[in-house]
Write a protein that binds this ligand. Structure first.
Ligand code: DX5
Ligand code: ZN
Length: 214
């Protein structure tokens, strides 16, 4: 299983130390949650932090933009060397154009669905994206409870991917712990985002190794 710890749950007084911890762990990517206080009812961090983290992270950056009009940040995010740029289908009007622009800028395009947005919204874009990020909580906050209906949604997305021959990975974000991770893995996810359960664990690296080993 691909594991992307979410920096949102890190100790922000010591971000450098937290990124080093992830660098030295079995985690595969580093997940960065950007919030604008408009698309979601919270503000997290922006480019000054992303740019600083990008300079020290050895792990590919999986950037999740919970912002209105994310397309305005494509060039700046590409300049950070981000691997994935995740945009919400609910925040973008011309999704195909934005996906193409993300790829042209040198990043891997990923599309994100809120819990109430159905998988069928992806029918005509699934062939063009490298990943789908399914939210298993309502975006905006770490530490929320996993929404159980996500498990069936993963199965529906897996069928769509198989039917269309898409190469998209399935990533699941929100409320991942040792229990929910098993159900998510069984349903066919490729990647897990884990904030609280990794960064707030007594031994974050052991926790990262556990999810990575699923
Ligand atoms: C929520 C974010 C998540 C969040 C996950 O809006 O997209 O990435 O950090 O946090 P946990 O793992 O604590 O639910
Ligand atoms: Zn996220």
């Amino acid at each position: 299983m691909i594991l992307a710890p979410s920096l949102l749950a890190a100790d922000f007084l010591h971000i450098g130390r937290e990124v080093e911890m992830v660098n030295e762990s079995d985690a595969d990517w580093l997940h960065l949650d950007v919030m604008d206080g408009s698309f979601v009812p919270n503000i997290s961090f922006g480019f000054p932090v992303i740019e600083a983290v990008a300079r020290v992270s050895c792990k590919p950056l999986d950037v999740h933009l919970m912002v209105e009009r994310p397309e305005q940040w494509i060039e700046r995010l590409a300049a950070c060397g981000a691997e994935f740029m995740n945009v919400h289908v609910e925040a973008v009007r011309h999704l195909h154009r934005v996906v193409e622009a993300i790829r042209s800028a040198g990043m891997r395009p990923a599309v994100t669905l809120c819990p109430a947005t159905p998988v069928c919204m992806l029918e005509d874009i699934i062939a063009d994206v490298d990943m789908v990020l399914l939210m298993s909580v309502n975006p905006g906050f770490g530490g929320q409870k996993f929404i159980p209906s996500t498990v069936e949604k993963i199965e529906r997305l897996r069928s769509l991917i198989e039917r269309t021959g898409s190469k998209a990975l399935i990533e699941v974000d929100g409320g991942i712990n040792r229990e929910t991770a098993l159900a998510v893995a069984r349903a066919g996810a490729d990647a897990l985002v884990a904030g609280t359960s990794v960064f707030r664990a007594a031994d974050p690296q052991a926790e990262a190794a556990y999810y990575h080993g699923l």
